[in-house]
Design a protein around this ligand. Structure first.
Ligand code: ATR
Length: 293
């Protein structure tokens, strides 16, 4: 399975710059161990100028696959043999699978996010009215995955309104998607079922920031934040105080990894062990755990 080396050990890794902070090696190493699969998942520090050679090295060294993270998710696409539909839809690759030297790029961020949202907060998204805050790369990936769940409507709101309109226009054929300026969300939120923050507002090192006026939140709304550092953002704190259901970003990280693991190994990922490994890494107590799910 591992390729040219003839070894049966699974060689896996993550390419990024910087990479030392990545929690993926910890999570995937725990998953390999839990299933008794011999192999290793290593951090690979790849500078932008070395990306092409690094991708070639996947073939030469017989890696079964790698994750790709900042800043390589878009640039890596030109070096691959095939791009899965998810990569084309998301406009980026976060997972490469090596089948005997043929490299296919996937994007598991969007489907990972939706799997997490369904597993942890909203089991059925059919007919849901969804407001997405932000129109960058993270929004693009999740919108394509959300549209596959047949929501009633997706509204994209962005500080730079033009980007929201552009993103919405590019998905017209896949569902009811529209774009608005961030200052216009007061008229949208009352009818929304789910609000998803895909912006970086509230992320470490600025955890006090809010992507919207919390006075706009209402009871019964599901508030989801892609940020997982901090695990509980200020937005989620405010939402909880308002009686909303909250959904944090850790699940997206776990499930994007779970899909990648499943593509590489052909086996169901040990999701609960991956989650526990991450909670341990963040030093989360038993008491806090239920609240973070
Ligand atoms: P990513 O790939 O993580 O989505 P990105 O493509 O740089 O990163 O997009 C960042 C998103 O966060 C954008 O929607 C950005 O809004 P603009 O398009 O107007 O820049 C949004 N964002 C970042 N900082 C913001 C802030 N302080 N207030 C509002 N939106 C912000």
């Amino acid at each position: 399975m591992a390729g040219k080396t003839g070894s049966t050990d699974l060689l896996l890794g993550v390419m990024g710059d910087p990479i030392a902070q990545s929690k993926s090696p910890l999570m995937h190493t725990a998953a390999l161990k839990a299933l008794g699969l011999p192999g290793a998942y290593v951090p690979l520090h790849i500078a932008p100028g070395q990306l092409g050679e690094a991708v070639q090295a996947i073939r030469v060294l017989g890696f079964r696959g790698v994750n790709v993270t900042i800043p390589h998710k878009i640039a890596v696409m030109e070096y691959l043999d095939r791009l899965d539909e998810s990569a084309l839809a998301g406009g980026a690759v976060n997972t490469i699978v090596n089948d005997n030297g043929v490299l296919t790029g996937y994007n598991t961020d969007g489907i990972g996010y939706v799997r997490s949202l369904k597993a942890e907060a909203v089991p059925d998204l059919t007919g849901a009215r969804i407001l997405v805050l932000g129109a960058g790369g993270a929004a693009r990936g999740i919108i394509s995955a959300l549209l596959q769940e047949q929501p009633a409507a997706v509204v994209v709101a962005n500080r730079t309104a033009g980007k929201a309109h552009e993103l919405a226009a590019s998905w017209q054929s896949a569902g009811t998607v529209s774009g608005v300026a961030m200052e216009d969300i007061a008229g949208i939120i009352p009818a929304a079922d789910i609000v998803i923050n895909t912006t970086s507002v509230g992320m470490y090192p600025y955890p006090d920031e809010l992507p919207l006026d919390p006075g706009l939140l209402h009871k019964g709304l599901v508030v989801s934040d892609l940020i997982y550092n901090p695990l509980r953002t200020r937005l989620l704190e405010q939402a909880l105080n308002t009686g909303c259901t909250i959904h944090g970003g850790l699940g997206m990280f776990i499930y994007q990894g779970a899909y990648a693991f499943e593509y590489w190994t052909g086996q169901a990922a040990p999701v609960e062990i991956m989650r526990q490994t991450m909670l341990d890494a963040f030093g989360v107590s038993e008491a806090d755990m239920e609240l973070l799910k």
